[in-house]
Design a protein around this ligand. Structure first.
Ligand code: SAH
Length: 219
């Protein structure tokens, strides 16, 4: 700790994370970088892991799940090209960190988690941090959130064997979805799915490692 106190240290760690892990790897959208400078990632991990909150890797959040590596959050967020007021569906709330980043971009976020304890903790965090644009649901996210569809954007934060059909059906025309897909577990290709009038275009972007997408249209 330096003389300026722990809060300043955390802010500096966050600035450094954005500069050295995210900007340096090619995520350049100023609003994405601003959102990641703002969200207090250290409040989304358990206290014992606080010193590692701004390091360049995922961290365990219990129940065999992880909060994604900061760079992956930045990359996926930038790929979505979010504008304020858009409706965004996230599958895999986990800690709630990614949902908070999406909310900082002015999106109305609908996020689904299947593990009750994680859902409850994320809900308490969103309340405490006043993220009123984030709506949470405990359910199998491979089914989407039909009552709230269509969505301008969809972000899937867990990897399954295929793109769940309900998610494609709930994507608005001109919508974008980012989703890790892989036929072997814990190793996937990040895909960008675009829905145009009458057709769906899938582009493969590169290798990623996510926890399993478990459910009716997952593993
Ligand atoms: N976005 C999270 C990272 C989550 S890790 C964050 O910022 O912390 C992936 C999460 O997806 C885990 O919490 C896991 O329980 C959840 N998950 C896996 N399959 C799911 C499904 N079918 N529906 C909803 N959540 C699911």
């Amino acid at each position: 700790m330096n003389a300026a106190g722990p809060k300043t240290d955390l802010r500096r760690s966050r600035e450094r994370m954005v500069r050295e892990q995210i900007e340096s790897r090619g995520v350049t959208h100023p609003l994405v970088l601003r959102a990641m400078r703002k969200v207090p990632r250290h409040l989304f991990v358990e206290e014992a892991l606080l010193p590692q909150a701004y390091e360049d890797h995922p961290l365990p959040i219990g129940h065999g799940q992880t909060i994604s590596q900061p760079y992956v959050v930045g990359w996926m967020t930038e790929l979505l090209e979010i504008t304020p007021g858009q409706k965004v569906l996230e599958i895999g709330t986990g800690s709630g960190y990614q949902a908070a980043v999406l909310a900082e971009l002015g999106a109305d976020v609908y996020t689904v988690e299947r593990v009750k304890a994680l859902y409850e903790l994320a809900r308490a965090r969103m309340d405490a941090l006043h993220y009123r644009r984030v709506h949470l649901k405990l359910d199998d996210g491979t089914l989407g959130w039909p009552e709230q569809a269509p969505f301008d954007r969809i972000l899937v934060a867990a990897g399954g064997p295929r793109i769940p059909a309900p998610l494609v059906a709930q994507l608005a025309v001109n919508g974008r979805m980012v989703i890790p897909v892989g036929t072997s577990r814990r190793s996937q290709t990040l895909c960008l799915v675009r829905r145009e009038n009458g057709r769906v275009i899938v582009r493969e972007l590169g290798g990623v490692m996510f926890v399993d997408l478990v459910g009716a249209h997952g593993w």
